[in-house]
Design a protein around this ligand. Structure first.
Ligand code: GLA
Length: 384
């Protein structure tokens, strides 16, 4: 990858890159739509990643190339702003803008991007690019921001330049991931703990619906507002409540259900999911993967019926594997409305499962089904 990127960089910009950074996509075992509600999540960085080659310029110009999309974009440092029609430059410009906001003198730069994180698959392809950009710039500008500070800068890039009011999970997993470990992250305090995830004979199988989650950003922001509404309703009676993390089912029953049933349904999912994550972590510690897998199936049910962020294609994939003993757990993953399901599957049964589910899905949904076996790898790193 390093040599190939360097070669293309020289061809494009007539000089070698000063730095090359790899930043991965992520999976999340359980704890969905919990991050922006101050709950816990259990993500990990995977073996699919964005790569950025970067060099600083002496003038004010910014030149970006996305190799895979065969697209170029140019602007200047004084004209940094979100752009409307294509998305990928926003993740980079949003990352660069964080340095400008911190009053760090930034000149122009040349940047090359390639990625094998599938776009719109719920694997955080955008967070991977944001983290890679911020990490590469931090290195070149010698600004010495900590990884945690860079996570927050990458998250702001998504908020301010992509307009998605995401939580902290994706950028945290991409930046902080460790091989063979999942991260138990407390999204309120940002305390975290690495938990070994070496499941004997079991692999993570991702099934990509190939439904691009076009509804995702608007519906995502709506869900966030619905959760905030629940907190507001409870806070009127219990002023110490700051987020759904502080909320019990009893409070929801008492203060939300009588007022707004939809908001109740949404916030009930989140409160239940926080409880489920706790159970799932205990099962993982006891190496009881079957029970942890059951929690994943329950999460899917909640995301589909209560939180209503699934779609028929995701539901099809989860229903198909539900009663198969070789599949220990499965659910839709990420923001929703498309993308991948995450499945914990006995390794020796994967080929057979794929040979059954692929034709069944393609016939029923009239869409191709892609699959990846994901391994858990290190987070953002310098490769040159
Ligand atoms: C998207 C967001 C994350 C998180 C998930 C749902 O991936 O970027 O912050 O909220 O959805 O868990």
């Amino acid at each position: 990858m390093k040599n190939e990127l360097t070669r293309i960089f020289i061809e494009q910009f007539q000089a070698s890159p000063q730095v090359i950074v790899r930043s991965p996509g992520r999976v999340n075992i359980i704890g969905e739509h919990a991050d922006y509600n101050n709950g816990f999540v259990l993500p990990a960085a995977i073996d699919k990643a964005a790569y950025i080659a970067l060099s600083l310029r002496q003038d004010e110009e910014i030149h970006l190339t996305a190799i895979d999309l065969k697209e170029n974009f140019s602007t200047t440092i004084h004209q940094l702003k979100p752009i409307g029609d294509i998305s990928w430059p926003n993740y980079i410009l949003g990352g660069a803008a964080q340095f400008v906001k911190k009053c760090i003198p930034l000149k122009g730069f040349n940047l090359l991007l390639t990625s094998d994180v599938p776009i719109g698959a719920g694997l955080s392809s955008s967070a991977a690019v944001e983290c890679a950009t911020v990490f590469a710039m931090n290195h070149l500008l010698q600004t010495e921001f900590s990884r945690i500070e860079m996570v927050s800068m990458a998250q702001k890039a998504e908020h301010e330049y992509a307009g998605v009011m995401c939580g902290i999970m994706d950028q945290f997993a991409s930046m902080m991931g460790k091989a063979s470990q999942v991260i138990k992250l407390d999204c309120r305090s940002l305390e975290y703990q690495y938990v070994p995830f070496k499941l004997d004979g079991i692999k993570i199988l991702l099934l990509n619906t190939n439904v691009k989650h076009s509804l995702a950003s608007s519906e995502y922001n709506t869900r966030r507002e619905e959760c905030e509404k629940a907190v507001e309703l409870i806070k009127a009676h219990q002023p110490s409540v700051e987020s759904l993390r502080d909320v019990t089912v009893e409070m929801l029953d008492q203060f939300v259900l009588p007022v707004n049933e939809l908001v109740y349904k949404r916030s009930r999912f989140v409160v239940d999911e926080m409880e489920r994550l706790n159970d799932a972590c205990n099962y993982l510690e006891q190496n009881d993967i079957a029970s942890m897998g059951e929690c994943m199936f329950e999460t899917h049910e909640g995301l589909s019926r209560q939180y209503e962020v699934s779609c028929k294609e995701l539901d099809f994939l989860v229903n198909f594997v539900k009663d198969k003993p070789e599949v220990l757990g499965a659910r839709m993953m990420g923001g929703g409305f498309g993308g991948c399901t995450i499945n914990l599957v006995q390794e020796n049964a994967i080929a057979q499962l794929v040979s059954e589910i692929k034709p069944a899905y393609e016939a029923a949904m009239n869409l191709p089904l892609d699959f990846y076996i994901a391994s858990i790898e290190n987070g953002t790193e310098l490769i040159y």
